[in-house]
Write a protein that binds this ligand. Structure first.
Ligand SMILES: [Zn+2]
Ligand SMILES: [Zn+2]
Length: 135
């Protein structure tokens, strides 16, 4: 997948995207807001969320929600998936993408252009399974 050039983005969207690409893992809106604070890319929290929404609409950023309701953002070119425990909320990254080579069925998608995918697994982590079986 080609990485879209930040040059055709609004400056604030470009700095959010750069921050997400620079980050080791996913970031929440709050974390992005805190990271940009005091720098040239500083913006209010509502502005952070507004631009994150627009980046999602452009297929550059994806978002997933933890059981706590917290939303985490990552650049779509990073093909990552997670296991999330519904009990304690812990989340673990899969070592690789299980559907990376998947082809969408049929040639004709009615003009639809796929840009990215999401895939999440929910269940019980080893720790929480242990708690349940022993108690
Ligand atoms: Zn757990
Ligand atoms: Zn994937």
């Amino acid at each position: 997948m080609q990485a879209p050039s930040p040059s055709d983005l609004a400056p604030r969207q470009a700095s959010l995207l750069a921050e997400l690409r620079h980050a080791e893992g996913e970031l929440s809106g709050q974390e992005l807001h805190a990271r940009l604070r005091g720098g040239p890319g500083a913006m209010g929290l509502a502005t952070v969320y507004r631009h994150l929404r627009q980046l999602q609409q452009r297929g550059l950023v994806r978002c997933r929600h933890l059981p706590s309701g917290e939303a985490l953002y990552a650049p779509t070119e990073r093909d990552e998936h997670h296991l999330t425990c519904v009990d304690c909320g812990s989340t673990v990254r899969l070592p690789n993408c299980p559907v990376h080579d998947l082809r969408l069925p049929g040639e004709d998608l009615g003009g639809f252009l796929p840009m990215y995918h999401t895939l999440e697994f929910f269940g019980l982590c080893g720790q929480c399974r242990g708690d349940r079986t022993s108690g």
